[in-house]
Design a protein around this ligand. Structure first.
Ligand SMILES: *Cc1c(COP(=O)(O)O)cnc(C)c1O
Length: 394
């Protein structure tokens, strides 16, 4: 066991990845450089031929980006990490790295909207088809496997209804069929859930959300084994170029340092807010994994440490009531982003899920009265007071 493997989570989040330069700096430097200088023509040739390690060009590697990759890999428990320009660039790089024309993806139906578009509109043009199943229905996953299925793809908990699925059970199913399991771990982060330890093969992140934590930068990452991530996904990045900028990597390094503290605080605040929402007469239903009535509540604990920071609920009175509630808030930000210290509120039916037809939305359980809150780190009493005004305004 290496020294790093013996470190606790918080220590890795703060210490891994930074090797001091000759300046003995305490903070991680930002390497704002597009290329690197070789000592000789022979060294340049050796680097390009791959005979000698070292930096060539920042589309391929950059020391600040590498520090972020090493730190996130250590937190997820993966051999390799590749940082990308956005979360969607991470999803695309995995698809380009692993799929061939004729392959099929078997995916949860509850997906980030752009991921659904990527699979359905763009990958389909290149002969990759996608089959969809309800996230929590293990029998449906098993029944939908085909000989051409290359990987299973999911987000747990889902957005915005916080449904969950047993990752270990799906990893077993995938492996029994010679497939991979890919998990978008954006909502939990490794502070709450480590899919690789549960048997998943690849983890995808939108670093834009909780890894940053303060809503500053767009970025993403893929974590997994050295062959698939370090070779195949890295090969896509190096060739096609959706790389992370060194400045963004530095911001994400700072974000990781407080990840464990923030995720626990988000979880605690969201759990308290979910309990409070359950007591409001105008609220007809609350979706939160930490609530005992949540259908996959049993997975909180064994799979996911804490309920996470996202709470959704339905207000009586449909869209009119939901919009009135949203418009009456003064503190909470009306924005679709999440994973920020600032609390945000969204009406999924007309924003994140607005591109679906009314029938598709109904099938997905996205009602007109549904409101999603990404609970931030303001004082809970102030968040509640803001929502109380909104609930009274309906
Ligand atoms: C935001 C998000 C993405 C996409 O990430 P970007 O950084 O916006 O490209 C993917 N999956 C989930 C679950 C997300 O919330």
């Amino acid at each position: 066991m290496s020294e790093q493997d013996r470190m606790g989570f918080a220590t890795r989040a703060i210490r891994v990845g930074h090797r001091r330069t000759g300046e003995a700096e305490h903070g991680e430097p930002i390497f704002a450089t597009s290329s690197y200088v070789f000592a000789s023509a022979a060294e340049a040739a050796a680097r390009f031929a791959g005979d000698e390690p070292g930096n060539i060009y920042s589309r391929f590697t950059n020391p600040t980006v590498r520090a972020f990759e090493e730190r996130l890999a250590a937190l997820e428990g993966g051999e390799s990490c590749v940082a990308t320009a956005s979360g969607m660039a991470a999803v695309l790089s995995v698809c380009l790295g692993l799929l061939r024309s004729g392959d099929r993806i078997l995916s949860s139906r509850s997906l980030f909207g752009s991921t659904t578009m990527l699979f359905g509109k763009y990958l389909a043009r290149f002969g990759v088809a996608t089959d969809y199943v309800p996230l929590a229905d293990l029998d449906a996953w098993a029944a939908a496997m085909t000989p051409r299925t290359r990987f299973l793809y999911l987000e747990t908990p889902s957005n915005p209804l916080t449904e969950m699925v047993d990752i270990a059970a799906l990893a077993d199913l995938a492996h029994a069929h010679g497939c991979l399991l890919v998990v978008d771990n954006c909502f939990c982060t490794p502070a709450l859930q480590r899919p690789l330890a549960l048997g998943a093969d690849l983890v995808i992140h939108s670093a834009t959300k909780y890894l940053d934590g303060q809503g500053r930068c767009v970025g993403g990452a893929v974590v997994g084994d050295r062959q698939r991530v370090g070779e195949e996904v890295f090969g896509v990045l190096r060739t096609a170029g959706p790389s992370m900028s060194p400045f963004n990597a530095w911001v994400f390094l700072k974000g990781l340092e407080t990840l464990a503290l923030r995720m626990d605080a988000h979880s605690r605040a969201a759990a308290a807010l979910a309990d409070w929402l359950c007591e409001q007469p105008a609220v007809t239903r609350v979706y939160y994994p930490g609530r005992p009535e949540h259908p996959q509540h049993h997975l909180v604990g064994p799979q996911q440490r804490g309920g996470g920071g996202i709470v959704s609920f339905e207000v009586a009175g449909g869209r009119v009531a939901a919009w009135r509630l949203i418009d009456a808030t003064r503190l909470i930000s009306i924005t679709a982003n999440l994973g920020d210290v600032k609390t945000t509120i969204t009406h999924p039916a007309t924003t994140t899920h607005g591109r679906l037809s009314a029938e598709e939305r109904a099938a997905a359980g996205i009602s007109e009265g549904l409101v999603r809150i990404a609970v931030g780190l303001e004082d809970l009493a102030d968040i509640q007071a803001d929502l109380a005004r909104g609930l009274a305004a309906r």
